[in-house]
Write a protein that binds this ligand. Structure first.
Ligand SMILES: [Zn+2]
Length: 387
């Protein structure tokens, strides 16, 4: 790969003919059309939402360096930005009056309203640019190893770069477009933002059963995304039809796995809604995120709910009173040992050899308080299991 350092290109040059696409959230062209600011393998513009665009302009005004920028020389007349897209888009958006910065007096100032002298200071600032020439794979390999200053690429952004092509372009159009009207619905179940590829990543994760890279590689040159789109929508439609009330804890659950496990069962959404409400109102349920899988699985696996257990003080006091009564009667302090016919019939167990048991099981409405607590020897407690 060949690189050439350019020091004579100014911000004015770069921003000549700057076009910003609001719909896609992308800076498109600069250098009078010669420069493609956001090639396919670049992520969306995220400086605006992370409050990083004003500091870019302030740095320029103070004469601070903006850091190295890398271009890929695609042909004699065409360049594309490898690294620096966020900074260039900030410059272009400022010069086209898309956002304001605060001046010395704390007043909002757009580029067009600035003193000529300040405008010129921005325009005349040269940038440090490396122009690189190499094969697509060289460039991509190298792009993988650089991290954009400030905000490193996340995993999905890297995968998009590595497997760039038709499929990624179409996938991003659907899942990484913050203007997509479905985003609000998706956000109830999937954590993250469109711009940072979180929906695309989840859709890929679900359809590929976790093998995202493999799936992207196999579908790289597909001219459609119907499989991933259909699958993603099936999962979302299924969740929203089974659980008609949207709860905060639903966001970020493994809906792809739950769909695979349970979508063939039938559920009454009215009954399910009542079950959810009941569990949400139950003070003994510690893990609300587990409520949904618990219901899907037929309300049997109480481990998912992390039901509150008896505290040490309760166990000690129940143990003390149980043991006192048992000693008075000359019987075991484990009620199940006491009614048995072996040597443990009269055994007084130590506290450490006993466990607390719900007399009425929690799943049948039994409370986790001393009135519903009985100490049993470990063997009998285990044998009773989770009634
Ligand atoms: Zn026992």
């Amino acid at each position: 790969m060949k690189t050439t350092l350019k020091t004579n290109i100014t911000i004015q040059d770069i921003c000549e003919g700057f076009v910003y696409n609001e719909l896609e959230g992308k800076g498109l062209f600069g250098l009078a059309g010669k420069l493609t600011i956001q090639p396919e393998y670049q992520r969306n513009y995220i400086y605006a939402e992370t409050n990083k665009e004003a500091p870019v302009i302030e740095s320029v005004l103070k004469g601070y360096p903006l850091g190295l920028i890398y271009f890929n020389k695609v042909s004699e007349t065409n360049l594309e930005v490898l690294d620096g897209q966020q900074r260039i888009t900030s410059l272009g958006r400022f010069i086209t009056n898309k956002f304001a910065i605060k001046d010395e007096n704390g007043m909002e100032q757009y580029f067009s309203g600035m003193a000529k002298e300040k405008q010129n200071r921005i325009f005349e600032t040269p940038l440090l640019i490396y122009e690189c020439e190499g094969t697509e794979s060289e460039i991509k390999e190298w792009f993988k190893t650089i991290n954009i200053a400030g905000i490193p690429l996340n995993n999905q952004e890297l995968l998009n770069a590595v497997y760039s092509g038709q499929f990624v372009t179409l996938g991003k159009e659907e899942f990484s477009n913050s203007q997509n009207s479905h985003i609000q619905k998706w956000s109830a179940y999937v954590k993250g933002s469109a711009n940072r590829q979180d929906f695309f990543e989840r859709a890929l994760d679900w359809v590929s059963k976790g093998k995202i890279g493999e799936y992207m590689s196999r579908h790289r040159n597909d001219d459609n995304i119907s499989e991933i789109k259909t699958y993603f929508n099936s999962v979302i439609d299924w969740v929203s039809s089974v659980f008609t009330d949207v709860e905060r804890e639903m966001c970020g659950l493994e809906w792809g796995r739950l769909y695979e496990e349970y979508h063939k069962n039938s559920y009454s959404s009215a009954t399910v809604a009542k079950q959810v409400q009941k569990l949400y109102a139950d003070p003994y349920v510690k893990n609300r995120k587990g409520v949904f899988e618990y219901i899907l699985g037929g309300s049997t696996d109480t481990k998912l709910l992390d039901v509150r257990v008896f505290d040490e003080a309760t166990k000690k006091s129940v143990y003390a009173s149980q043991t006192k009564t048992a000693k008075g009667k000359g019987m075991s302090n484990c009620s199940l040992c006491a009614i048995g016919h072996d040597a443990n019939k009269n055994k007084i167990w130590d506290l450490k050899d006993m466990d607390a048991d719900h007399v009425t099981a929690w799943s049948r409405g039994g409370a986790t308080d001393s009135k519903n607590c009985e100490m049993l020897c470990k063997t009998h407690n285990r044998a009773k299991g989770n009634r």
